[in-house]
Design a protein around this ligand. Structure first.
Ligand SMILES: C[S@@+](CC[C@H](N)C(=O)[O-])C[C@H]1O[C@@H](n2cnc3c(N)ncnc32)[C@H](O)[C@@H]1O
Length: 307
């Protein structure tokens, strides 16, 4: 897919029913959103004040402020939550990837309005950040092509798109600007910290996890994102009726997803077993790579039950 395209496809969260609705027109103009940061949509409320685990010790006020990525002080933070201090097993491999000039330009210009560093220090007011839209969290958007397409197809749903991959963050910001998408915010850092420390209970209308790293080696299985502990956390952040949508081309991971999603008592499978591929999910880059290798893709759709 070209960098500039964001072909609409119907999506499920904004309409009253779970069925995909008709494709909507993308918004015509780029509308800057309120700035993300302590003065804008962060409430300033300290995390750890609800049923989630309290903020870990490394997140105390004495922690040095995260350093911006670019030497001139612009762009996302290099290590927003100081995660190198946190010994938790992570589902991603920190990597140094080349940021193209176009991506760097987008990060410099658009980060203050559209970006959000996951520093784990304050609660995000999603209502304010997305101007009242229902909000879906996408974890691991990669280069963001599918994210942009889904945002274009459903401008009444906000997408909080989370990844640690800087070139992808720049790419997605550029796509949002070129396509006039005002319903995307890019969150930089570990989704676990975002969920645990920065999102309020029952604040999400959905969760999307498309082609998460499969961690195929047995000794790495503990790094897989979709685990019982992850679901116990994520389901506290989902509103009743929220849709959890996962997809993978790695058969053993698909089986694990089906097992752990089915075992989570607050979720109900929308289908018996795997779901047919929904029209609203665009093809992703990693999906294409899996299909090229002859892999079979599985979708899973589960709905959050009322509390
Ligand atoms: C295999 S890629 C898939 C990208 C995209 N969804 C696609 O299908 O093309 C997985 C992505 O998840 C991101 N990721 C993994 N764990 C994460 C976490 N805990 N928080 C944020 N991003 C994460 C990685 O950085 C990577 O970009």
């Amino acid at each position: 897919m070209s960098e500039n395209s964001a072909a609409p496809a119907p999506t499920p969260e904004s309409g009253p029913a779970a069925q995909p609705g008709p494709a909507a027109e993308p918004r015509p103009a780029f509308t800057p959103a309120p700035a993300c940061g302590p003065d804008a949509a962060h409430t300033g409320e300290r995390p750890g004040q609800d049923d989630a685990a309290p903020a870990p010790a490394h997140q105390q006020a004495s922690r040095p402020a995260p350093k911006p990525m670019f030497p001139d002080g612009t762009g996302p933070a290099a290590d927003p939550a100081g995660s190198h201090h946190e010994r938790r097993i992570r589902s991603f491999q920190p990597r140094r990837s080349r940021v193209s000039p176009g991506q760097a330009d987008a990060l410099r210009r658009l980060w203050p309005q559209w970006g959000l560093d996951i520093d784990g220090l304050s609660r995000i007011d999603l209502d304010k950040l997305f101007e009242g839209r229902p909000v879906v969290l996408e974890i691991g958007f990669g280069m963001g092509e599918a994210t942009a397409q889904m945002a274009a197809a459903d401008p009444d749903t906000g997408i909080l798109a989370c990844d640690v991959h800087t070139p992808g963050q720049g790419n997605l910001l550029g796509l949002a600007e070129r396509n006039g998408l005002s319903n995307i915010r890019v969150a930089n850092g570990d989704a676990i910290i975002l969920l645990r420390e920065m999102l309020a209970p029952a604040s999400l209308a959905g969760l999307r996890v498309y082609f998460p790293d499969p961690w195929p080696k047995k000794r790495h299985h503990k790094r897989r994102l979709i685990q019982p502990e992850f679901l116990s956390l994520v389901t506290t952040r989902l509103a009743p009726g929220a849709l959890v949508h996962c997809a993978t081309d790695w058969e053993p991971y698909a089986e694990q997803m089906l097992d752990v999603l089915s075992a989570e008592p607050t979720l109900a499978n929308e289908h018996s077993g795997y779901a047919p591929r929904p029209d609203f999910r665009p093809f992703t880059k990693f999906e294409g790579q899996g299909l090229d290798k002859g892999h079979v893709v599985h979708d899973l759709l589960f709905r959050r039950l009322p509390a």
